[in-house]
Design a protein around this ligand. Structure first.
Ligand SMILES: [Zn+2]
Length: 96
């Protein structure tokens, strides 16, 4: 378990805060640009998924390569599911 309870608690609080901001933005979706609304919706789905990973203790591990996701990435992007490398590979595959 590479992530301490404190770290996970911090991530949890951060995700909750982010979720509330996203929800607030959704509530005013009429004022949001459609693309921005779609983006916020997607972030909300990612945050929900991150909560599930926190609950089943898979949070912070990349499902593609099984490596730990660097803490710096999780600090910037707490809902990140994959490490930068695997995420990049996925996005490149999607383009082709
Ligand atoms: Zn990976």
């Amino acid at each position: 378990m590479p992530f301490t309870k404190e770290f996970l608690k911090g991530r949890h609080d951060h995700l909750v805060a982010k979720k509330n901001v996203t929800k607030a933005a959704q509530a005013e979706r009429e004022e949001l640009h459609p693309a921005e609304y779609v983006y916020k919706e997607r972030v909300l789905v990612q945050i929900e998924a991150a909560f599930k990973r926190l609950a089943n203790k898979t949070y912070g591990f990349c499902p593609d390569c099984s490596n730990e996701i660097p803490e710096e990435r999780l600090v910037l992007f707490p809902q990140a599911e994959r490490c930068v490398q695997c995420q990049k590979e996925r996005e490149e595959l999607r383009l082709t």
